[in-house]
Design a protein around this ligand. Structure first.
Ligand SMILES: [Zn+2]
Length: 306
C-alpha cells in the first residue's frame, strides 16, 4: 500500500513540475479597438504567477499603444503573441503607468520598442526595480525565470498624442505610487487609471505619499468625460462607480487610522479591528487592510505629536 502511495506522489510531483507554466492570457474588446487583459483579483502566488494586474492595448490604425507589460518576461511574451493574433499593426508606443513590478517586469519582451514612463517613474524603477524583481521571484517562483528589469527609455513629457484617429490625453498623478500615469482616450471615452483606481479588489498603499492627496486626485478623475474605466486591478466598469468605491474606502481608512491614533491604540490593536461591512466583500480586503495599517499607521501616530 505504502509503495502505491509513494508512486502516486512521485507521479503527482512530476506532473506538477513538468506542466508548462502558461498564463493563457485572453483579451476582451471593451470599446472600439480597445482591448483589456484582466488579471485575477488575488494576491501574488505560485498558482497565478503574478497575473493579478490589468494590461490594455489600443489598436489605433497607425500602430498599437500598449499600457503596461505585466509581471514577468513570460507574461510579456504571451502578451506580445496575443496582440499579434489580434492585429498585424506594429506596437508603436508602450507606456509604463507606474513603478510597481506587476506592471512593468514584462518590459524585457519589448526591448526593441520605445517604452515611455513619467520621469519620476523611471527613477523609482531604477532605484527599486531589482529589489522588486527579487521579491517577485520569492513570491511566484519559476514564472519569473529569466526576467530582468528593463527600464523605460523614453521620459514621458507629452500631454497629448493623436494616433490613427485616437486622441490620447496623459495625466500625471501621485496618489498611489508617487508617480502615476492616467490615460484618457477621448475618442472612445475610455479612462485607463492604472492603480489610481482598484475596483472590487482592495487597494494597496506601499508608496502612497498621502491618502488625502489620493482622494483629491480621484476628484479630478471623476470630473473627466469618460464612459468606461479600466482600473489597475479588478473589472472594467461603466461611469464613476469604481472611483466612488475607491474614495469611500480611502476616506474610511484615513478616518480609521486618525481615530485610532487619537485613541492611542497600538498598531496591533488597529490590525485587530474589524473592517467596515461594506468593504468585507472586496477581494483581498483583510490582507490589504493589515498591510495598509503596517505602511501608514506610524504616520498617523507621529501626526499626533506635531
Ligand atoms: Zn498594481
Amino acid at each position: 500500500m505504502k509503495s502505491y502511495l509513494a508512486v502516486f506522489l512521485m507521479l503527482l510531483c512530476e506532473s506538477l513540475y513538468s506542466a508548462p507554466l502558461q498564463y493563457n492570457l485572453t483579451a476582451h474588446e471593451i470599446a472600439l479597438n480597445t482591448w483589456v487583459v484582466e488579471g485575477k483579483r488575488e494576491d501574488f502566488s505560485r498558482a497565478n504567477g503574478g497575473n493579478i494586474v490589468n494590461t490594455a492595448f489600443i489598436v489605433t490604425g497607425e500602430g498599437v499603444v500598449l499600457l503596461d507589460t505585466g509581471p514577468s518576461l513570460k507574461y510579456g511574451r504571451e502578451l506580445r503573441t496575443l496582440i499579434g493574433t489580434i492585429t498585424d499593426q506594429p506596437i508603436q508606443y508602450i507606456f509604463n503607468t507606474h513603478h510597481h513590478p506587476d506592471h512593468f517586469l514584462g518590459n524585457q519582451t519589448f526591448h526593441d520598442r520605445p517604452i515611455y514612463a513619467l520621469p519620476k517613474t523611471g527613477k523609482l524603477m531604477a532605484e527599486h526595480g531589482s529589489a522588486f524583481a527579487e521579491n517577485m521571484y520569492r513570491l511566484v517562483g519559476d514564472w519569473m525565470r529569466s526576467t530582468e528589469v528593463h527600464l523605460p527609455d523614453q521620459p514621458l513629457t507629452l500631454e497629448r498624442l493623436d494616433l490613427g484617429g485616437h486622441r490620447l490625453r496623459f495625466m500625471s498623478m501621485t496618489g498611489h505610487a508617487g508617480a502615476d500615469l492616467v490615460v484618457l482616450d477621448e475618442t472612445t471615452a475610455v479612462l485607463f487609471t492604472a492603480d489610481m483606481v482598484f475596483y472590487q479588489r482592495a487597494l494597496t498603499t506601499p508608496h502612497t505619499p498621502d491618502l488625502k492627496q489620493w482622494i483629491t486626485e480621484l476628484a479630478h478623475l471623476e470630473k473627466l468625460e469618460f464612459k468606461w474605466l479600466v482600473p489597475g486591478h479588478g473589472p472594467v466598469s461603466e461611469g464613476t462607480e469604481a472611483i466612488v468605491q475607491m474614495r469611500d474606502y480611502l476616506i474610511w481608512l484615513d478616518k480609521r487610522l486618525r481615530q485610532a491614533a487619537e485613541q492611542g491604540l497600538t498598531m496591533n490593536e488597529v490590525i485587530q479591528l474589524p473592517l467596515d461591512s461594506r468593504f468585507v466583500g472586496l477581494a483581498v480586503a483583510r490582507k490589504e487592510y493589515i498591510r495598509s495599517v503596517a505602511h501608514l499607521y506610524e504616520r498617523y501616530e507621529n501626526a499626533m505629536f506635531e
